[in-house]
Design a protein around this ligand. Structure first.
Ligand SMILES: *[C@@H]1O[C@H](CO)[C@@H](O)[C@H](O)[C@H]1NC(C)=O
Ligand SMILES: *[C@@H]1O[C@H](CO)[C@@H](O)[C@H](O)[C@H]1NC(C)=O
Ligand SMILES: *[C@@H]1O[C@H](CO)[C@@H](O)[C@H](O)[C@H]1NC(C)=O
Ligand SMILES: *[C@@H]1O[C@H](CO)[C@@H](O)[C@H](O)[C@H]1NC(C)=O
Ligand SMILES: *[C@@H]1O[C@H](CO)[C@@H](O)[C@H](O)[C@H]1NC(C)=O
Ligand SMILES: *[C@@H]1O[C@H](CO)[C@@H](O)[C@H](O)[C@H]1NC(C)=O
Length: 173
């Protein structure tokens, strides 16, 4: 029930080109946890996309991201090798530049997220759910990213598509 309520605080505008078919669902990779261990999954948010009727951008598709707590802009140098840590809060991470590799300790799971379009993920492997968390490493270039925790740690309503990061075909914007 709560999951069907309309959240009004954040909207991501996905497409302004009305001649192309607009996407009908928004997927993003998630770092979550099962059984006290972090796991990378591909999620589809279930709050439906809406089509804008705002004058000037009529036809733009928008995805609600829910109520958010605050936002910070972060920067990591190239070749930064992190150590295992749980997510500090349930938060969207929007990579703006560079390439960030996420690995899970004692696991073969890994994913590389690039800045730019589709650079949005959600980190939800908080300390109450994951004993060791994940490791963030930057590759050759430096990385800038926005970190945007959700309000009260709420996880957006979603469907788990599969284990592993979303594929390019799931991020077809
Ligand atoms: C959860 O972890 C425990 C301890 O490692 C293991 O015994 C159990 O089978 C795991 N359960 C699932 C569902 O993975
Ligand atoms: C931002 O929100 C998160 C999650 O609610 C909270 O843990 C953190 O302290 C907040 N930071 C600031 C500067 O308000
Ligand atoms: C990884 O596995 C080793 C050997 O079983 C163990 O000593 C270590 O604590 C584990 N580390 C994590 C982060 O799970
Ligand atoms: C998760 O693992 C940590 C470290 O092994 C342990 O202290 C904690 O109690 C575990 N939490 C749950 C919910 O099993
Ligand atoms: C990183 O830089 C090294 C050396 O300059 C190069 O060999 C490698 O292909 C680069 N890797 C990526 C992911 O760009
Ligand atoms: C999201 O994933 C579903 C299931 O694979 C796919 O049908 C849909 O096209 C994807 N959305 C986008 C925008 O790529």
């Amino acid at each position: 029930m709560y999951c069907t309520a309309l959240a009004v605080f954040a909207v991501i505008v996905i497409a302004t080109v009305t001649v192309q078919a607009s996407p009908t669902s928004f997927n993003l990779s998630a770092i979550t946890a099962i059984n006290n261990t972090s796991v990378i999954q591909c999620w589809q948010l279930t709050e439906p996309l809406v089509t804008s009727s705002v004058p000037g951008i009529v036809g733009a598709a928008a995805q609600q991201l829910g109520s958010l707590a605050n936002a910070s802009y972060g920067f990591l140098p190239a070749h930064f090798v992190g150590t295992p840590h749980p997510a500090p809060a349930v938060q969207y991470v929007v990579f703006l530049s560079g390439q960030t590799q996420i690995t899970i300790p004692n696991s073969t799971q890994q994913a590389i997220f690039k800045g730019g379009t589709n650079g949005i993920i959600i980190a939800a492997d908080t300390a109450d759910k994951s004993a060791f968390g994940h490791v963030s490493t930057t590759l050759n270039g430096s990385v800038a990213a926005l970190q945007i925790p959700t309000r009260k740690g709420k996880i957006p309503c979603k469907r788990v598509l599969y284990n592993g990061a979303c594929k390019a075909s799931e991020l077809n914007f």
